[in-house]
Every structure is written in structure tokens, then in C-alpha cells.
Design a protein around this ligand. Structure first.
Ligand SMILES: [Ca+2]
Length: 395
């Protein structure tokens, strides 16, 4: 049984300067594959002497997945089984907030990402993503094998003045089609600053569903953009596997990181209407060790990733650094590694990755990363620790 508690308001653990661990010396998962251009993988290790301190802000969280800072410095955070809580500035961690619509928390699903409106101080509007079971009657009508098929969904609502409830919750997106598997829900949310909400989806973790990532008549394996004025959901890009990281870059564009096959996690800058290749082209191999369909890593009409990881980091959650606390890291991408067990930092110049660093190697599976308004870096770590960690500048 998990008992989530808030535990600290000041740094209690100090980590010295990060050593330049030679993670680039690790054997690849898929030996023999060649990048399409120099620097597409294994960028030089960034020399880094910035001392880091970390404080555990909350612990005992059950599969925490997403977080969002409110204007008063408190944080909304989600736990995958279906709880959203508020971590107040004084360190108090609230009981679960009421008013969320039903969700399905089997497999990799449940309550996933959360973001708040730019004008939250006035409107108190937020959006969250989750997996939802299709209504039973539709499953029975279609076929029993797909009973309780699930889909990525997005809802919006208003956080009550006292922070205990979501009012007027409405589901604004339901991935079509629902699928009977319980994995690869994608589901990061990003406001584009131009009246749109990006929603990332996944390929639903099956050979048959992955094929759908290549066609524009469905929402499997896509980036979707919802026009918040009209409610219309339009495909932004296709050919994605499982997009669990997404953020607006310093260039104002959407950047994503997706879980690839073994040896093929990818950084992309998805452009409208383009095809990012899955499952036709990809670096890496199937987790069974078998080669992918044709072993292709490039094809005309399909975009190359800006960068890929082999071995994989199993990415989840990202943000671009734009705070005052770490001026050396301005504009760097910060990405959580699950299998990578590290905070991965990429320097990106002129659209290319020119360096990589790993921080807190082997500390925990990192599920989400957000830059706080004061420049600190917030991390959510997956079970068994289930913590919210605040990273600040050390001594
Ligand atoms: Ca790709």
C-alpha cells in the first residue's frame, strides 16, 4: 500500500559534479546499423561541472506520471492508478482531487499527463490525458475479443477555488480506433501557444495496430493537434511508435522523444503532414531480438530522427531548460530515462544534437521532467521509489 507524503522543503542530498561517464562506450543493441548523418547518435559527452543538489518533495507516490506548476508555485501531479493531487508550496500533499471522469488503469494505462492553461490564474483551466475503456455495448456489438478496448483520451475542466475538485470536466479527445491491448498510450500534452493542443499517441503495442501508424485515416501512432476554439482534432504527423515525451523548443516548435524498439529511441521535431517512419523504418531491433520487418533505417518520403539512442534510454517526459538557475544549460533538452535511469541532457544547435550528458545515473527510473518557474528542475521517479524530486544548484 502506498502512502503518499510530502517530505522536505530543503535540499537533503547533495550530489557532486557529474563525472563524464562514458555512456557512449556501451555496446549497441543493434550492432551494424549506420546513422544517416554524423552526430545522429552518440553525440560527444558534454563536459559538465555544475554541482547539483536534490530534495525529495514527495514520496510514496504510485507510478507518478505527469506534473504541472500552478502560478502560486504549487504543483499538480498525477499517479497512474487514477489520482491527481496538489503539492502545496508549504509541502502539504493533498488528498486526491475529485471530479475526474472514469478511466481504465490496466496495463500501461490510467491517469497520465496534466497541463494547465497559460491564463490559469484567471481561468483555473487544466487538461489531462488518460486511458479510457470503450463503452461495453460497442465492444459487444463489434466482437468479444475487443471487449473493453481502450484508447488515449484527453479531458479538460476547472480546478475549484479550494483545489479539491475538478468542475465541469469534459472529454475533448478520444483516440480512434480503440484497441484491445493495454500498452503504448503515448499521451503527452503540449499547448502550442497558437490556440492548439498537441496530443501524442502510441501504436498500441501490436503488429496489427502499428501498421495503422502509417495511414492518415486513424489516430494510432500520431501527433494530433486539437484546435481549442473549434474542438477539431487534426493529424499533425504520422509514423510514430510511442511518444511519451513532448515539449515546445526554444524555436517555438514541437519536439518529441519516442520509445523506439531496442536500439531505436528517437528525438524528432515533428512537422505538419510529415511521416516519421514507424513501423516501416527504424533504428534498432525488436525486443525479441529479431530484426524489424525489413531492417530498413531510411526510405524516401520518411523523415530521419534528429537523434537516436542505441542502447535505449526508454524516454519519458521532457522539457527545455529556460530558467535562471542553470545559465549554462539554457536551451538544452532535458529528458527522463526509464531504462536509462538518468536525467538525459542534450545540447541542440541549429537543429542538430551536439552533445549529451547524463545526470543522476542509476538513481531511479525518471518518468517526467519539468522546469520550474524559479529555474529548479522537477523530476518524477517511477516505482518503487515514486518520488517528486527538486533539483537545484549545489555547492
Ligand atoms: Ca521514426
Amino acid at each position: 500500500m502506498h502512502h503518499a507524503v510530502a517530505v522536505a522543503l530543503f535540499p537533503i542530498l547533495l550530489a557532486g559534479p557529474v563525472l563524464a561517464q562514458d555512456f557512449n562506450a556501451a555496446a549497441p543493441n543493434a550492432p551494424g546499423q549506420q546513422p544517416a548523418f554524423p552526430g545522429q547518435t552518440r553525440a560527444p559527452v558534454l563536459a559538465d561541472a555544475v554541482p547539483l543538489a536534490r530534495s525529495v518533495m514527495a514520496e510514496g507516490l504510485e507510478h507518478p506520471w505527469g506534473m504541472a506548476e500552478l502560478p502560486d508555485g504549487s504543483w499538480l501531479l498525477t499517479e497512474r492508478p487514477g489520482r491527481m493531487r496538489l503539492l502545496y508550496v508549504d509541502g502539504y500533499l493533498s488528498d486526491p482531487i475529485s471530479g475526474l471522469p472514469d478511466l481504465d488503469n490496466r496495463g500501461q494505462g490510467g491517469l497520465l499527463d496534466v497541463i494547465v492553461a497559460d491564463d490559469f490564474a484567471e481561468t483555473r483551466r487544466l487538461w489531462w490525458s488518460f486511458s479510457e475503456a470503450r463503452p461495453m455495448w460497442r465492444s459487444i456489438v463489434q466482437n468479444l475479443r475487443r471487449a473493453r478496448a481502450t484508447r488515449t483520451a484527453v479531458a479538460t475542466g476547472i480546478l475549484s477555488a479550494d483545489g479539491t475538485a475538478i468542475e465541469d470536466a469534459q472529454v475533448i479527445f478520444r483516440q480512434d480506433p480503440a484497441w484491445h491491448t493495454l500498452g503504448h498510450y503515448g499521451s503527452r500534452l503540449v499547448l502550442d501557444g497558437r490556440g492548439g493542443l498537441f496530443v501524442t499517441t502510441g501504436d498500441r503495442e501490436e503488429v496489427e495496430s502499428a501498421q495503422l501508424a502509417q495511414s492518415a485515416d486513424n489516430q494510432i501512432g500520431k501527433v494530433v493537434r486539437i484546435d481549442l476554439a473549434t474542438g477539431q482534432a487534426e493529424l499533425w504527423s504520422l509514423g510514430h511508435r510511442n511518444l511519451q515525451s513532448a515539449a515546445l523548443g526554444p524555436d517555438g516548435a514541437l519536439w518529441t522523444v519516442e520509445h523506439g524498439p531496442q536500439g531505436g529511441d528517437e528525438l524528432n521535431r515533428p512537422e505538419q503532414g510529415k511521416n516519421y517512419g514507424w513501423p516501416v523504418i527504424s533504428y534498432g531491433q525488436n525486443y525479441s531480438g529479431d530484426p524489424l520487418a525489413e531492417g530498413l533505417t531510411a526510405q524516401d518520403g520518411m523523415e530521419q530522427p534528429v537523434y537516436y539512442w542505441d542502447p535505449v534510454i526508454a524516454p519519458s517526459g521532457m522539457d527545455f531548460y529556460d530558467g535562471a538557475m542553470f545559465p549554462e544549460w539554457q536551451g538544452d533538452a532535458l529528458i527522463g530515462g526509464l531504462a536509462g535511469m538518468a536525467l538525459v541532457r542534450l545540447r541542440i544547435e541549429d537543429g542538430r544534437v551536439t552533445g549529451e550528458a547524463r545526470h543522476f545515473q542509476d538513481m531511479a527510473r525518471i518518468r517526467d521532467v519539468e522546469v520550474a518557474s524559479d529555474g529548479a528542475i522537477m523530476l518524477l521517479t517511477d516505482d518503487p521509489e515514486g518520488q517528486m524530486i527538486r533539483v537545484t544548484r549545489g555547492q
